[in-house]
Write a protein that binds this ligand. Structure first.
Ligand SMILES: [Zn+2]
Length: 317
């Protein structure tokens, strides 16, 4: 009796014969190198159960979050109107500068979808943070100041606003859908300046937010605590030397325990554990908490290539 399987098998045999492929698998002679490649592939296979851990899925999503965005051109150095944007080109940037950030407003209430830092995939810096917004959400001025530019840059920022603040910082707001201010207009911290959008090189509605000091892109997360919708301290200390030394460093680390102690705040280095967040790497955590990657690995039984799981606690000391 013919079963469906038999019929299929016969059909396949006929098809193979018709094409002249009647030989069985062992008749094929594969080059030794090819065989070696197969062995390597088999050796490199991971246990299937290892691949479906929740943490791994989270980590995968985190990496996706960090890298799915297209890289923005740097309007200060690369945009077609960079002459206009970077008016600090020949200015002497001080080694350090205390910046008063006590009177502030969050640019939008959205959570961070992509942190500041080096993006390996695009081999370039992401000079701001990306914050979740819906198209049409109100975007607010982070500090008091004067609108310097409202422009369009199709290869990167889309519709963007640059505000120069009285504390000498500049903030940049990108991928907007509508301007609510005009150049030279004075704004107070918290004033609506634009509506959120998805213009320019953007894969979904978000706000690209930068904080600059004389053209230097500072990590906005060093000033703002986006998770808790506040600032870390009342004064942010810009340090040019530290900025220049590390592409992916978090300026929050430049605050020494001493200066934090004198400001009356608890130094971040005092914490003994740390909960891993999106966008973290061992080196970032180490720098931020005044320790080393080596020490973190030793304390937590990790290697430098260990994957970090968001939400997991790390011993710091
Ligand atoms: Zn961005």
């Amino acid at each position: 009796m013919f079963t469906t399987k038999n019929i299929l098998y016969s059909a396949l045999t006929i098809a193979f014969s018709a094409c002249g492929y009647s030989a069985s698998a062992q008749d094929y002679r594969l080059p030794a190198a090819h065989q070696a490649e197969h062995s390597d592939l088999i050796a490199a296979q991971h246990n299937v159960s290892d691949q479906i851990k929740v943490q791994d899925t989270e980590l995968f999503l985190d990496n996706l979050f960090t890298e799915e965005e297209e890289p923005e051109l740097d309007i200060y150095t690369e945009g077609w109107d960079s002459q206009n944007v970077n008016c600090y080109r020949n200015a002497v940037v001080p080694q350090t500068k205390e910046i008063n950030v006590s009177k502030f407003a969050m640019p939008c209430p959205g959570y961070m979808t992509s942190p500041y830092g080096y993006r390996r995939r695009f081999r370039r810096m992401h000079k701001g943070v990306d914050l979740k917004v819906q198209i049409g959400d109100t975007i607010r001025a982070a500090f008091d100041g004067k609108v310097r530019l409202t422009k369009f840059e199709r290869r990167g920022y889309g519709y963007y606003v640059v505000i120069r603040h009285t504390n000498e910082l500049e903030t940049v707001y990108g991928h907007l859908s509508k301007f609510l201010v005009e150049p030279d207009q004075y704004v107070k911290a918290g004033d609506p300046i634009a509506l959120g959008g998805n213009t320019g090189r953007s894969t979904g509605p978000h706000l690209h937010f930068e904080t600059r000091f004389m053209g230097y892109a500072i990590n906005p997360s060093a000033i703002f605590d986006f998770e808790n919708q506040t600032t870390h301290t009342d004064t942010y200390t810009f340090d040019k030397r530290t900025y220049e030394n590390a592409r992916d460093y978090s300026p929050r680390s430049t605050k020494s325990s001493a200066s934090l102690a004198s400001s009356g705040k608890t130094p971040t280095t005092a914490a003994s554990t740390y909960t891993i967040r999106r966008g973290d790497s061992l080196s970032k955590i180490a720098v931020r908490h005044g320790t080393t990657v080596k020490q973190l690995c030793k304390l937590n039984g990790l290697t430098t290539s260990s994957k970090l799981s968001v939400g997991k606690k790390l011993k710091l000391r």
